[in-house]
Design a protein around this ligand. Structure first.
Ligand code: PHE
Length: 453
């Protein structure tokens, strides 16, 4: 066996800590904000089915690949790719894959932070009682008012970037780790309380039907690509976030079991969020395809009406902020580790630099909701384009290459060693998926999106 490497950035104290951190990365705005609104835009059940299918046959094998690559390389994704490629007698140029991940991470964080800023502002709105007894129209007006103000959006975006960089500067283990342990279960409990509320809206079965009864005629040309892109986005795959977290995993930990746990938890949170939100949408005569504002115009109505809503509403938005926070740190971690390894920077300096760059790109997203809302390319605003480019193109392409790397470039012996598997059925199945099914699946979806098939 090759000599075991050590990460210069440290190691998780246990497998559980890794599970918490990776779940913290996976569960975020993607589950609570993005999943409901894109499901609404893409007609519901059939889209959800496609998304689940992508998680199972594309997401899970790639997550295993990312963790095992990370743990074997034990460096920033850029250096890990170069090292492992050389180890397998291939070109070190594979490090471009690490680079494309770093770029994707910056781009995603730049708009992720703006949306997290909406949630931050809602914490204060909610605590101040703005949503108390508010009608759908009143909540809609509050949300529109927020989007119309570049100053407010910019202020919240700035605060979120500073929060993220403060944690990143301290290192993953001393950063959010402790908070996440408590926050994740609380978030889940609150989602269940919301489902309880949704049960009494009178539109629960309509919500469930929308989510779970597939009607393929409702899919659009783009839906399959969006479903696949979201599978990558929600599991934090294709850009090195899970790879870098994998690089801190103790050697003994089992990768397969861990992956199922993370993917399962992530999927549960998304589905439960959907079960809470759609009944509220239908009970209030709102539009499921309302777009990125969906949860920001539906949930406040629910909290505004339920007993203790001021408290639960405020807590809920606090938890969304934390979920976003624990995802945001993983978006920038690959870049930080590279700056530390190759440029000899301190984590703190690297974090400040990365924060400034991300902040500037984020200004484009802030303006795309107001001053620049008229500027469109392919009928998309700056924010729409960035979201589309990263989630639907960069992440799946990155994931495709990661699968090829794990399946075709690394030796069988190396992947078996990391997965702690012999030539058993489980291993053969995984290898078949990353070698054939995943690359082919991603390619077919791309070809379908551009109308070739
Ligand atoms: N998975 C996160 C979410 O669902 C977003 C994310 C994407 C985080 C890619 C890291 C890497 O919100």
């Amino acid at each position: 066996m090759a000599e075991r490497r050590k990460s210069m950035h440290g190691e998780w104290s246990s497998r559980w800590v890794f599970i918490m951190a990776a779940t913290g990365s996976a569960v975020g705005l993607g589950n609570i904000w993005k999943f409901p609104y894109i499901t609404g835009e893409n007609g519901g059940g059939a889209f959800v089915l496609l998304y689940l299918l992508c998680i199972a046959i594309i997401g899970i094998p790639i997550m295993m690949a990312e963790i095992l690559i990370g743990r074997r390389g034990r460096q920033s994704p850029i250096n890990t790719m170069a090292t492992l490629a050389k180890e397998a007698s291939h070109s070190p140029h594979w490090k471009f894959l690490g680079w494309s991940g770093v770029v994707a991470g910056f781009l995603i964080l730049s708009y992720y932070s703006v949306i997290a800023g909406w949630a931050l502002s809602y914490v204060f709105r909610s605590a101040g009682g703005s949503f108390d007894g508010a009608s759908a129209d009143e909540v809609g007006a509050i949300f529109d008012g927020l989007l119309a103000s570049p100053e407010s959006l910019l202020a919240w975006h700035t605060i979120f970037i500073v929060m993220t960089m403060m944690v990143v500067a301290r290192g993953v283990r001393h950063g959010l780790e402790k908070a996440i342990r408590f926050l994740m279960p609380t978030l889940f409990m609150l989602l269940l309380i919301l489902v309880g509320y949704a049960l009494n809206t009178g539109a629960f079965s309509q919500g469930l039907e929308f989510l779970f009864s597939p009607d393929f005629s409702k899919l659009s040309q783009d839906s399959v690509l969006v479903a696949m892109g979201h599978a990558f986005f929600t599991l934090s795959l294709g850009m090195g976030a899970i790879m870098i977290y994998g690089s801190y995993v103790p050697h003994k930990a089992s990768i397969t079991g861990t992956t199922f746990y993370i993917a399962g938890a992530d999927t549960m949170v998304a589905l439960v969020a959907g079960m809470a939100i759609f009944p509220i949408v239908f009970a209030n005569g709102l539009e499921p395809g309302a777009g990125p504002g969906l949860i920001f115009v539906t949930l406040p109505i629910a909290f505004g009406q339920m007993p203790g809503g001021l408290f639960f509403g405020t807590l809920f938005f606090v938890l969304i902020v934390f979920a976003a926070w624990s995802s945001a740190i993983s978006l920038i971690e690959p870049a930080i580790t590279w700056l530390v390894e190759n440029k000899g920077m301190k984590r703190a300096t690297a974090s400040i630099g990365a924060g400034i760059v991300t902040w500037f790109v984020g200004v484009g997203t802030v303006l795309s909701f107001n001053l620049w809302s008229g500027y469109k390319l392919f009928d998309k605003t700056f924010f729409d384009l960035l979201d589309y480019l990263t989630a639907n193109i960069m992440l799946p392409l990155g994931g495709l290459m990661i699968a090829v790397f794990a399946g075709w470039i690394m030796t069988k012996q190396a992947t078996q060693e990391e997965l702690h598997m012999h030539d058993h059925f489980g291993y053969r199945m995984w290898r078949f998926l990353v070698r054939y099914v995943t690359p082919l699946g991603v390619t077919v979806v791309f070809l379908n999106a551009i109308g070739v098939i």
